[in-house]
Design a protein around this ligand. Structure first.
Ligand SMILES: [Zn+2]
Length: 426
């Protein structure tokens, strides 16, 4: 371990510079800016060091257009003999800046141990740490086994369809044995997976009429009010009573949850510069978008039937009530077994580097593991990387240099365990 540690520590300046360079390429999503540029930057860095680099555009994927093409980067370092394939996958896109910054969001400013910028923590710091880890490992083990892959992919923040999902559909994970996603889950924790998601739009339907004679119409907003009342009375208590064995953090997310993302009813809201009055109409449509997060112990069909049962109950009490439910998005929960090879190897490395046992967590929301699991059919996948999750998407986001160095050493030790020469000798 000492040799690898030295190899990482001597790359401290390179790690900082790499992280800063990545932050300074403002890969904002939406709309998906400068994706090609960040892929070219990575190619220019890794290609001269013997990495076989490919740029892949997700032609026709959601979000892909001539103005904002969805570019992805994959680098491969082939070993000298047969062995496993270890893949590090990071997303290169970042979310909007938002308000409240006291630092330049795309300056990559280093202040003490911290590098500031949008995407520093989520997750350009993780991408940089995995590259430095692989470079340090390869320098010490040019004859390593198998293959190391590093990808930087598009659109994780908007579902990953122009990124990991596209690559998985092209069978980019078919030959891969182990996947580490360096999302900012903290250097001493292994994230095994995530809860499930069901987004749906519920529409209540009525009949339009003049607002002075509402009895001639049928108000869709009042129907929706009855739906919301029923949710308050029965659905939220039901969900709060469902608990999971998944180690989800924060703990509040160890129950099923439901958020109402939006509500719209009646006439559309007027433009800000409109100076007239609204018209008097009975709303004939009201829509809500629900965001239901479910547990590995739950079944998606059952999750959906809870909502339809509730709507049927309201319908039975309101003779004219009509509704429609439209599915928008669904993700099945994913959780890697604690005994999976990549989990065991990472846990052992964390213990060696940090002198304490690894923690195991599950994410309340999803990330690209869903595509690797479902499309790539690969279960041996975790998220592990530097950074404090709470800082993601916040103003003055930062990543700690020491955290990056520590997690880079963990990743290098995992490579050593899975592809190193020591394995052969023992
Ligand atoms: Zn992320």
């Amino acid at each position: 371990m000492e040799q690898l540690k030295t190899a990482i520590v001597t790359r401290r300046d390179a790690l900082i510079a790499l992280t800063q360079d990545l932050i300074r390429i403002a890969t904002l999503n939406p709309p998906g800016r400068r994706y090609h540029e960040i892929c070219e930057y990575l190619q220019a860095r890794m290609s001269p060091q013997g990495w076989d680099c490919t740029l892949v555009r997700a032609h026709g994927a959601p979000g892909d257009s001539e103005d904002f093409p969805r570019w992805n980067f994959v680098a491969r370092h082939k070993g000298a003999r047969q062995g496993d394939v270890v893949h590090f996958n990071s997303h290169h896109d970042v979310v909007e800046v938002g308000h409240g910054w006291t630092r330049d969001p795309f300056g990559g400013e280093l202040d003490g141990d911290r590098i500031y910028g949008r995407g520093s923590c989520d997750m350009k710091g993780g991408l940089a740490a995995s590259i430095i880890a692989a470079e340090a490992f390869v320098a010490l083990n040019p004859e390593h086994a198998g293959m190391i892959e590093i990808s930087a992919t598009a659109d994780e923040e908007s579902g990953g369809y122009g990124g990991v999902a596209y690559l998985a559909e092209q069978r980019a994970f078919a030959h891969v044995d182990h996947v580490i996603i360096p999302e900012p889950l903290h250097k001493d924790r292994i994230c095994l997976g995530h809860r499930g998601v069901w987004w749906a739009e519920i529409e209540t339907q009525g009949r339009i009429a003049h607002g002075s004679m509402p009895f001639l119409g049928d108000c869709a907003v009042r129907h929706m009010g009855a739906v919301l009342d029923e949710m308050e009375a029965t659905l939220w208590p039901l969900l709060a009573g469902k608990h999971t064995g998944m180690p989800v953090i924060p703990e509040g997310a160890r129950s099923s949850t439901l958020n109402i993302n939006s509500i719209h009813g009646g006439a559309a809201e007027q433009a800000e510069d409109y100076t007239g009055l609204p018209t008097p109409c009975v709303p004939d449509r009201c829509r809500i978008v629900i965001d239901r997060r479910f547990l590995i112990e739950e079944d998606l069909a059952e999750v959906k039937s809870e909502v339809t049962a509730l709507l049927e109950k309201v319908k039975a009490q309101r003779p004219s009530f009509q509704y429609e439910v439209r599915d928008l998005f669904e993700v099945i929960p994913s959780m890697t077994d604690k005994d999976a090879p990549v989990v065991r190897s990472t846990a052992a490395a964390i213990e060696r580097v940090l002198g304490r046992e690894a923690g195991y967590v599950v994410s309340p929301g999803t990330y690209d593991q869903k595509h690797i699991d479902r499309i790539g059919k690969l279960k041996n996948c975790i998220a592990y990387g530097p950074g404090v999750l709470d800082l993601a998407h916040q103003p003055d986001e930062w990543v700690g240099v020491q955290d990056m160095l520590d997690s880079a050493l963990v990743m290098a030790l995992v490579l050593d365990d899975l592809l190193g020469n020591t394995k052969i000798e023992t």
